[in-house]
Design a protein around this ligand. Structure first.
Ligand code: XBP
Ligand code: MG
Length: 286
């Protein structure tokens, strides 16, 4: 159940008919493939610099992604695999320093231009902004890491592109909890069904779905086997003209093979009319 007073004040039928007014983007894995060669590499370099003999392989990191939030992931790992080291080095305060070190390395990696936006992201954001659709972010990532990614990807535009940014510790319960979506929806002053979320992972999908926000999934290497049944659609990426994306589940993608505002509106409208016919589908979590 949402605690959002604006959303709960809306009669279900009216909410189900809401037109698309805002798109809420996840960050890591959705805007850019930041995990494998960004956060993971930065964690490993931080471990080496801090004299810790940990190394997170590509596959091990995939499993660790079930724990969202960099600090939380570190704590999860340390409390399971290195309790004695954790005690000797100073517990949570040491983990916070280690995470800080990792974030500095991550910022340098972004600054070096090694991590770009995923296909179709810049195009779709431009489309949405041009059409006056409101843009927001809901992420578990640390705000400074997000700011580095936005700056390296959008330059001066990065400060004004997204109207509402929910990141990191603004909520205590990180994804898959819906709290970050509730936080963003309250600031947008919109009911969940007037929005559409774009996510890449199961924790992200569960968070958006539990908040009642219809969700598009753009999978990546780490989320290829993810069960996202209940999503509007599941696509390989957002696609570009001439470089089509693949549709892997849910509502079909247009023949052009790329996601644009018209496609988002069609998916959103179909889900809304299904919700009107059967309020247990898209609004199940509302
Ligand atoms: C993905 C995450 C984050 C990043 C790193 O967030 O799980 O934990 O791996 O986080 P999302 P930090 O998909 O919601 O954008 O910046 O906290 O190290
Ligand atoms: Mg993600």
């Amino acid at each position: 159940m949402t605690t959002d007073p604006i959303a709960s004040a809306l009669p279900l039928a009216a909410a189900a008919g809401a037109a698309l007014q805002a798109v809420i983007f996840d960050v890591d894995g959705t805007l850019a493939d930041t995990e494998r060669d960004g956060h993971r590499r930065a964690f490993n370099q931080a471990f080496a610099q801090c004299g810790v003999d940990w190394h997170w392989s590509v596959s091990a990191y995939g499993e660790l992604l079930a724990v969202t939030g960099g600090k939380e992931r570190l704590r999860h790992f340390a409390t399971r695999h290195a309790t004695e080291l954790l005690r000797r080095r100073g517990g949570d305060a040491w983990l916070a320093d280690l995470h800080q070190r990792k974030n500095e390395i991550y910022r340098q990696l972004l600054g070096a231009g090694t991590i770009g936006l995923r296909p179709g992201v810049a195009r779709l954001l431009g489309d949405l902004r041009g059409a006056g659709v409101r843009l927001a972010i809901a992420t578990t990532t640390t705000r400074s890491n997000l700011d580095s990614l936005l700056l390296s990807s959008f330059g001066d535009d990065s400060r004004t592109l997204f109207e509402v940014i929910g990141a990191g510790d603004v909520v205590t319960d990180k994804k898959p909890a819906p709290a970050i979506y509730h936080w963003v929806l309250q600031r947008l002053r919109l009911p969940p069904v007037a929005c559409l979320a774009v996510e890449d992972s199961r924790p992200g999908f569960l968070a958006a779905h539990a908040a009642g926000v219809p969700t598009l999934i753009t999978i990546n290497a780490y989320s290829a086997d993810t069960d996202c049944s209940g999503a509007l659609s599941v696509v390989s990426d957002l696609g570009e003209p001439g470089v089509p994306a693949r549709c892997l589940g849910g509502q079909p993608l247009n023949d052009d093979g790329y996601v644009d505002l018209a496609q988002l509106r069609r998916w959103h409208r179909t889900a809304a009319s299904e919700a009107q016919r059967s309020p247990t589908s898209v609004l199940a979590a509302h």
